[in-house]
Design a protein around this ligand. Structure first.
Ligand code: SAH
Length: 254
């Protein structure tokens, strides 16, 4: 990340060097009234399409700010092909799960509800805001997608056949995730983490009967769902995903 510039904003539009754009009202307010930015100040901006750029503030109006895109600083980097299937938790715990998973890196969130899930509500607006803030903060250039919630049966049914389902099974009957990943090294995965109440016996049976499923244990202690998501994602990146890949930021093509 460019060490001298601390402000980093996501832009919905595709960015091009030399172009001027007007920032959204909320972002303009943030720059003007919270960060007290002045004309000629530099910020970093990125889109979900071409990467990251330096930009200069060229106009400050009452409600909007115009910036000029100066030079490209990073290409777009798409994280490894991992999805996260999770059950909505209590508000701040869901926020934590979404923020931390985004920082570690994934392509898609699939909220789901199982028999012991306490709430079927997941605010897509709030989640998307959390995702964008996390990407802005961690220097990423890819915004993971979040789908509307659907039942566990539906999510499992609709999972593409070539995607391995890493089932985080708290029954502790499975082998540890590191052993399983070492053996199979699955590159296209969906990690499934249960709700605070865990999975029912019938759900566990249903899941274990599925093809392309990899039941795993995350050690011999019961983790909270959001901790389990962070641990499973981290293990996958460490053993199969992004941490094994050398990224050439100059030449990387998404
Ligand atoms: N209330 C449940 C625990 C649920 S933990 C109980 O006491 O049995 C929430 C989810 O985190 C679980 O459904 C599972 O997907 C994951 N998880 C937590 N600890 C785990 C572990 N040690 N191994 C595998 N998955 C785990």
């Amino acid at each position: 990340m460019n060490k001298n510039i601390s402000i980093r904003l996501f832009c919905e539009v595709t960015l091009r060097v030399g172009e001027k754009i007007s920032l959204q009202t909320e972002q303009s307010h943030y720059l003007k009234n919270v960060m007290r930015c002045k004309i000629n100040e530099k910020i970093l901006v990125f889109d979900n399409n071409t990467g990251e750029y330096t930009a200069e503030i060229v106009n400050i109006h009452k409600r909007s700010i115009d910036i000029e895109i100066l030079e490209k600083t990073k290409p777009r980097y798409v994280p490894g092909d991992v999805w996260l299937i999770f059950c909505p938790l209590k508000k701040t715990r869901s926020d934590f799960l979404i923020e931390k998973s985004t920082e570690i890196g994934l392509r898609k969130f699939l909220p789901t509800y199982s028999s012991k899930t306490q709430t079927k509500k997941v605010s897509l607006n709030r989640s998307r805001k959390n995702i964008v803030e996390a990407v802005e903060q961690c220097g990423g250039t890819f915004i993971p997608e979040i789908l509307p919630i659907s039942s566990l049966a539906e999510v499992i049914e609709e999972l593409p056949e070539d995607r391995i389902l890493i089932f985080c099974d708290e029954s502790l009957e499975s082998r540890n995730i590191n052993e399983c990943l070492l053996l199979d090294r699955p590159e296209k995965v969906a990690i499934l983490v249960g709700p605070e109440g865990g999975f029912s016996d019938s759900e566990r049976k249903l899941l274990r009967a599925k093809k392309n499923i990899l039941p795993v244990s995350l050690g011999n202690r019961m983790l909270r769902a959001e901790t389990a998501a962070v641990v499973a994602l981290t293990m996958w990146h460490g053993m199969v995903g992004d941490w094994l890949k050398k990224v050439d930021h100059q030449n990387h093509e998404s």
